[in-house]
Design a protein around this ligand. Sequence first.
Ligand SMILES: [Zn+2]
Length: 270
Amino acid sequence: MTSSGFEALLEAVRGPASVNVLVITGAGISLASGIPTFRGTDPGAVWSNEVMEKGTHAFFQRAPHESWKMYLQRFELARAAKPNAAHRALVAWEAWQEAQGRGFAVVTQNVDSLHEDAGSRQLVKVHGSLRLARCSAQGCELGAPRGTVPMASVDFSAFHASPSPETVPRCPRCDSRLRPHVLWFDENYTEHDTYEIERTLILARQSRVIVFVGTSFSVGVTELVYRRGRKLDARMFSIDPSNASLDRGIEPVTARAEEALPELVRVLQS
Ligand SMILES: [Zn+2]
């Protein structure tokens, strides 16, 4: 790994003692764990158009059972997946930063649990979690803006036996339909407190180095963080094998995350 981008990243991370690092991860980091991306070019992403259409609140209102079918399928796939070398490297990097008295946080757009499973501690699940459901009624104690329900506690037996709008599991408090606890394309980050968008923007403000890993740009949280980083003159990097259409001011580290991140940590620790 001798690309100029990698050397620049290393130099930035080793820089002044006050340096805080913010890492923003996207689907690319989970690819090596066998979870297909939503919109990438990997073979599993062929149903990406379906996700764009079905990953909306409007679709849930129209066909709640079809919405649930898609998420349960994805949940099964994610549940079988294990963290890869990139997830583990981020945990080691966090420990290194802490030992230096420096800040470190990961904001992930992924709804899988691979960062948690690997052991990341300062972690924001900005798009929600496949491990959680919530009530679809706004204001219910188990729904937005604060409530969630562990997916493991939801009984899907009637739904699995015969998926229909009637068998979609119901909220134990108010009997409205439960919904996946994920941010849909027609929703906002502010809809649920656990998306922690405010914390994300504060972290972006406090970080001198921002590293995007396996994510596309110009959408949602990447765009918000990018704009903060530009304004505050943070060093910004993108670790991605393709690094197509990078925004101005982002330095490319054109490599797979599961190769570049362990290498970075190895050099930091040496
Ligand atoms: Zn409810």
